[in-house]
Design a protein around this ligand. Sequence first.
Ligand code: ADP
Ligand code: MG
Length: 701
Amino acid sequence: MAAPLILDDPVDRITGIGDRQKDKLAKLNIRSVRDFIFHFPRRYDDFSEIVPIRSLRSGAQQTVKGTLWHVEQSNSRGGLRMLKATVVDPTGVLHLVWFNQPYLKDQLKEGTDLLVSGKVEVFRGVLSFNNPSFEPVPKADTDDTSKPAGAGSLHVGRIIPIYAETEGVTSKWLRTKIRTALDHTLNLVEERQPAELLARQKLLGIREALEQVHFPGNQKQLARARERLGFDELFFWQLRALLRKSEWKSSRKAVPMTIQTEALKTFRAALPFDLTECQRRSIREILEDIRSPSPMSRLLEGDVGSGKTVVAAAGLLNAAAQGAQSALMAPTEILAEQHYRSLVSLLKKHKLSIALLTGSRALLSGRDGEDISRPDLLKIIKSGEVNIVVGTHALIQDDVVYQSLALVVIDEQHRFGVEQRKALMRKGAAPDVLVMTATPIPRSLALALFGDLELSILDEMPKGRKPILTEVVYASNRTRVHEFVKKQLDSGRQAFVICPLVEESEVLEVKAATEEHELLQQGAFKNYRLGLLHGRMKSKDKDAVIQAFRAGEYQMLVSTSVVEVGVDIPNASVMLIEGAERFGLAQLHQFRGRVGRGAEQSYCFLFATTTAPESEQRLRAMVRCQDGFQLSEEDLKLRGPGEVFGTRQSGIPDLRMASLLDAQLIKRVREEAELWVGHPSFEMYFGAAVASGTGDSLVWN
Ligand code: ADP
Ligand code: MG
């Protein structure tokens, strides 16, 4: 006799699963029996209520229980093979039609009792289901009238699970096989949550949750099952994050830092503006972390233009003023250079040595912007003579050695891979780490995603920023908008034109931008000076173009999406975005944030080529709303976190059950997880789960 089925068995040990299906399941990442029963439905059709035929409602998904009369095969004129049948109950007659499924005939025996589920169609008073699912009324069901009809059935008359399918593996097939697997192995599934936790959180046990998620008895039980499984997903993710955080916190810091009050005072007095309340709060939070003996791990989250650079600068200055070295890493050369310039200017009173190191440039402050040789700069960095090194991922190359890296700042963290972030951190002993993001997300989501970081949020813009007037423009209005833009240019303002995103092809994107530049320069804007910027240009050329634009030599800059991050040109007051519907809201908002930095009224025109309702809805949100936090939330709802951040890159968990927008659940999970970190029984309960899982996060995984 064959050994009983266990959870670690390959999935083809389940009766009825052969080689062919095994391969297909592998495409769904299902290899073991365990994978199989943890393959959750994607959605459900609720057929749980059995309706008398007389009460069927046109257009609804409903279920009927009746006796099968009259089955007949026929061919329509179009060559379609039709199988027709009728079902009757005491209240009426219902017609059933299946197209091109002649084999069903063998399963349809006249005189048997059936449960039939489908969408109700009414034509000239005749009720019918097209391609309905059906199943004989289960035995238990006919005998025992106390149970709801359909309770023992898999495919009809209940809440039906619909799975992610792949070719040759239908939901119907999966339901039967998962039923078999559950019947043999459900009692082998081990509860990994302590009873204490389940009781406190009032959660279903794992076995019941698995049973109910596949074959829910009713909507309430389904909700409870999803709650339990979603809780687990977020919980183990969160536990790992909190563990990493506590490990990081307990690693010794090589350079204990103090707060440099004098230097910070001078810094603040020299600023050409007052800090916003939230900037002050964030600086305080950072300084507190820096002073504490455990290393900082903080996320500074703020909309474009909210003034993150000044906040970071205060931290960098505080390190430099006590002779400690720090590094600021940015995702593009343009951005790195801009940070370099901002810092040189913000910190000019302080006689610091600031360096820029990118793939193509090596600069040292106080040398009139002349490049020095890379080896020379590396020597100076190693000697400790440089206080602050700004750069791209060139900062993490092997031959870059720091004398004492005490603070690491990473701008636009989502643009970097985990390895790159870690590599920079490893250049110091246990440096303080500040990561910055301009994708403002709700606090609860930030907690869920970045559980290993403390949060500082810039949720208030510097004073005096006017809302950027935003308009969606369809083809017929182009000329009018171009006329308007010319008037702006005539009055001394400058404009950006962003070309459409060409997914996966930089070459095509460059081509599009080059052509757009031609078109505008030869056509509507032939009397104006237009620059072109794209990702395939040499860094030196890119810099030259940006410098020229900054200096006003160009009035309009046509660009691929490379200007998305960072570029700060206060005199630019018009943003034109071509193919706007191809970008996500968060990204559009980033573009728009390039203007509106000066005192002038600024404008953003979103050129759209489709009027698809979904894109229109997104673009309308841009018109309505200037708040990056709100827009990102809307974007998350419309497109999901994976789309908004790029799942791979930013370590967004691949959640099947929980929603990252469920603030309530996230809060519960977080609080529960905090109870367990450092708990005496932690190892016993969670050691294995935490060690085996992924739960990779932004910074420390
Ligand atoms: P981001 O958060 O997008 O990186 P930046 O740090 O580039 O924003 O700041 C955007 C602009 O706002 C810069 O020109 C900066 O000098 C200016 N700025 C920053 N803080 C303030 C403030 N408190 N008041 C006025 N302007 C400010
Ligand atoms: Mg910035």
